[in-house]
Design a protein around this ligand. Structure first.
Ligand code: AHR
Length: 324
């Protein structure tokens, strides 16, 4: 019965009839690897680049991809994972929007004998065996790098006291928690640094703008630094800073994370001071890991891509096209 479901699924994918299934290779036979991937949403250029990269790499590696977009809702991700189990996919991958609340559905995948890969973000669980590995950025290091840049900048400008506002990503998500922890751990022994407010911008441009308006109304001229957990929120905040009569990058130090094309352009204009890279190009590692799991091979528990820091300390003309 399950085999019939899978074959029917492949025919539908080939005919392009199944909503959410991307670029199935041209075939009507059972594919070598059927991968179910639940993307969390489309909140940022980073996320859109990540989805595109996974689709492209699936086609390149000859993997049949069943892709579902959860539109920022955990319950949609849980339902997608249940559908992948019902279709008896070979491997399930997902980017969890938040860390808590996955044990039950992952236990169902485990009982069905389907290995699960975490992509981009982590989960919080007591049971390590529910997932095989995590492929994603080292968010803690990103926070550390952001703080190290700030300390160097404060030294250069001979600042004696630094008021920081932090615009954070989605509550209870791995990048929000770890980018905050890495940053705080790094500035905590520097007596000049004071985080005067942390405000949740949910990784969205519109929320970044709203948060910035609130912060400017409350603190105005007292803000020295904006530490924003992603480019999208930074790009929302900058026009608000300008509208309030300040020069971003000069009157206020702006530090962002992601390194998408638009933010790099704004960095080159001098309105952002530092962008810590977080690459969304995780597709190759995902396909290679899924193929290994299908073949019954061991995989590394943690796969972090290499990442750079771009800032006004460098020759920015050397930065090539970003691809997201
Ligand atoms: O999980 C990665 C983060 O999610 C990226 O920094 C952000 O832009 C995205 O929405």
């Amino acid at each position: 019965m399950i085999k019939m479901l899978r074959t029917a699924l492949c025919i539908l994918m080939t005919a392009g009839l199944l909503a959410g299934c991307a670029k199935a290779p041209e075939q009507t036979v059972e594919p070598e690897l059927l991968l179910g991937f639940s993307q969390l949403g489309s909140e940022s250029a980073w996320r859109i680049g990540n989805t595109r990269d996974i689709e492209d790499k699936a086609a390149r590696y000859g993997v049949s991809l069943m892709l579902e977009n959860a539109n920022q809702k955990q319950e949609n991700q849980i339902a997608a994972i249940r559908r992948f189990i019902a279709y008896n996919v070979d491997v399930i991958a997902f980017s969890p929007i938040v860390e808590e609340g996955w044990d039950n559905v992952l236990m169902e995948a485990k009982d069905a004998g389907i290995p699960v890969i975490l992509v981009d973000r982590d989960i919080s669980t007591e049971n390590e065996e529910l997932t095989t590995c995590l492929i994603g950025a080292d968010f803690y290091s990103e926070g550390v790098e952001a703080a190290k840049y700030l300390i160097r900048k404060a030294n250069k400008l001979r600042l004696t006291h630094v008021n920081i506002v932090e615009i954070t990503g989605t509550e209870d998500s791995t990048p929000m928690r770890q980018r905050q922890a890495g940053f705080m751990d790094t500035i905590k022994n520097d007596g000049r640094m004071e985080v005067i407010e942390s405000i949740n911008g949910d990784f969205l441009k519109s929320r970044g703008a709203e948060c910035m308006r609130t912060l400017l109304e409350k603190y105005g001229n007292d803000i020295d630094v904006i530490y924003s957990h992603n480019d999208e929120m930074t790009l929302g905040a900058i026009p608000e800073i300008e509208a309030a009569g300040f020069e971003p990058g000069k009157d206020m130090i702006i530090i962002s994370i992601d390194g998408g094309q638009e933010a790099i352009n704004v960095l080159k204009e001098g309105k952002i001071n530092c962008v810590v890279e977080c690459t969304p190009m995780l597709g190759s590692a995902l396909m290679e890991t899924a193929l290994k799991l299908k073949a019954g091979e061991e995989v590394d528990r943690l796969i972090h891509p290499e990442e750079a820091v771009f800032s006004d300390e460098q020759d920015l003309t050397q930065i090539g096209p970003r691809g997201y």
